[in-house]
Design a protein around this ligand. Structure first.
Ligand code: BG6
Length: 488
């Protein structure tokens, strides 16, 4: 399959998020966000997600006191706030048509509960979108990508508090009204299912702030409010801007049974169903019955009103957005089986697949299976809004980065996507590589876990020149896009 045909208007692009690239964490009125409290911890195994995800009030207070920047990776990012023009000009040379990024909530509403937006914050995105327009790159916007204003964590109960629905809605409305002419595709919440895997960074939930509560109940309650907020935003967009589209986004980690033992098949199905819960609510507008059984069986008390459930059912998303990085296996008894890592989760190792340096197994066919499964389930357009390889890259003395491993990863995944498009009857809006420039890793806060098409000279401690260098994968993507219809 070397020659291919794409649907009209197919969006080739790249993706990032504000908190991982922008930096400028305390400039022009920006408030502190949850991401500004995350730090690379060299003393722990960065793929020990339980430790990595563990945030405490004490750690946040320490972070608030320490006003330095370099130590806290997401405070400086790659200084996209000041480099955006140059970065966009470079990225435009690949021929990409779209870049997905987020609008940092704490740049627009520094405390989250402010009555009026921060003018300087808005002016940054005015400039950013103007520049994107100039270089003919369409912005695709995530409204919440792990960037909650810290005030909402420390003085409210983050997403556990229903007030967050109104605060998030106010923020969303402000930017949708301002940018509806520039932004067609909106994703209210990045990987909404990540509240289960890392409740602090995705939803601001710090376990020790709920000493007398069942934390699982807290998570499910907060999840419900996130869905309600997303549905309110979807409703607002559909009622006011009929040409815009809303995506419901999930993390798609493909799960296989470890072998043909039906008990392992059941284990895999159960994990997949938990993940589908998050797309079901956003796309079908309805919680799966299994969730209500689970809530009942665990004796959880989750507040959901009839009006809220009606809102969910009447305001569903237009497309299914998903990230895809890897797959895992599942087994009913994992005690003697080798563990593998995936996107802030673990699973059973798959002996048929290679893995990246962080133990995520590389599985291009898993992408095709994801496309098939999601399309068969919802019959709605799909959008691959993240797919990429985290790797240690080496800058050569002549300023080159020979990332043939990343090219191989992209080539194989794109090939499976194209095979799926040609055969499986799916609808696909576009494909976005995770990684515009390098950025600070979401899970590990490392700079050395690099995804970009453009290398940024910074290390895990934020030291370096911040200069940009084009990687070989950039030229490969450029070739694919410019000479089209043939995989280079
Ligand atoms: C996705 C997130 O889950 O995975 C991104 O939306 C993140 O923010 C990406 O960067 C890769 O994960 P990591 O932890 O390797 O940066």
């Amino acid at each position: 399959m070397e020659y291919f045909y794409l649907p009209k208007g197919f969006l080739w692009g790249a993706a990032t998020s504000a908190n991982q690239v922008e930096g400028a964490w305390n400039e022009d009125g920006k408030g502190m966000s949850i991401a500004d409290c995350e730090q690379y911890q060299p003393q722990i195994d960065v793929t020990d997600y339980q430790k990595v995800n563990d945030m405490t009030t004490q750690k946040i207070l320490t972070a608030i006191k320490d006003q330095s920047s370099r130590k806290w990776g997401k405070r400086h990012g790659v200084d996209f706030y000041h480099y955006y023009e140059k970065d966009l000009e470079l990225l435009a040379q690949t021929g990409i048509k779209a870049i997905r990024t987020s609008i940092a909530w704490s740049r627009i509403f520094p405390n989250g509960d402010d009555t009026n937006p921060n003018k300087q914050g808005l002016e940054f995105y005015d400039r950013l979108f103007r520049k994107m327009h100039e270089v003919r790159i369409q912005p695709i916007i995530t409204l919440s990508h792990y960037e909650m204003p810290l005030n909402l964590v420390m003085n409210y109960d983050a997403w556990y508090d229903p007030k967050l629905i109104d605060y998030f809605y106010r923020f969303a409305k402000t930017v949708i009204d301002r940018y509806h002419n520039q932004v067609k595709y909106w994703i209210p919440i990045n990987e909404i299912d990540s509240i289960i895997r890392h409740p602090y960074s995705s939803a601001g939930l710090v376990k020790d702030r709920f000493p007398n509560k069942n934390f699982q109940e807290v998570i499910y309650q907060a999840m419900h409010y996130q869905f309600v907020a997303s549905a309110k935003i979807t409703k607002y967009i559909h009622q006011n801007y009929s040409d815009l589209q809303v995506g419901g986004m999930i993390t798609s980690t493909m799960v296989y049974p470890y072998n043909s033992d039906p008990r392992n098949a059941l284990a895999a199905t159960e994990i997949m169903r938990e993940s589908y819960l998050f797309s079901d609510v956003q796309i079908r507008g309805k919680y799966p019955n299994a969730l209500f059984n689970k809530i009942k069986n665990l004796g959880l008390n989750i507040k959901m009103t009839q009006d809220e459930l009606k809102l969910l059912s009447q305001n569903t998303a237009d497309f299914v957005a998903f990230s895809y990085y890897s797959s895992v296996c599942a087994a009913y008894d994992t005690s003697n089986l080798q563990v593998t890592k995936a996107n802030r989760t673990t699973g059973v190792y798959n002996k048929y697949l290679p893995e990246n340096e962080w133990g995520w197994q590389i599985d291009p066919i898993g992408l095709r299976l994801t496309l098939i499964n999601l399309y068969d389930r919802y019959q709605k357009p799909l959008f691959i809004v993240e797919n990429g390889l985290g790797a240690t890259d080496h800058l050569t003395p002549d300023g080159r980065v020979h990332d043939d491993y990343r090219i191989a990863f992209l080539k194989e995944h794109i090939r499976e996507m194209l095979i799926s498009l040609a055969n499986d009857g799916i609808e696909l809006i576009g494909y976005l590589i995770w990684g515009t420039t390098d950025m600070v890793s979401a899970s590990t806060t490392q700079m050395s876990k690099r995804y970009g098409l453009i290398y940024v000279d910074l290390d895990d401690e934020g030291k370096g020149t911040n200069r940009r260098f084009i990687k070989d994968s950039f030229y490969w993507y450029q070739k694919l896009l410019h000479f089209g219809q043939k995989i280079p």
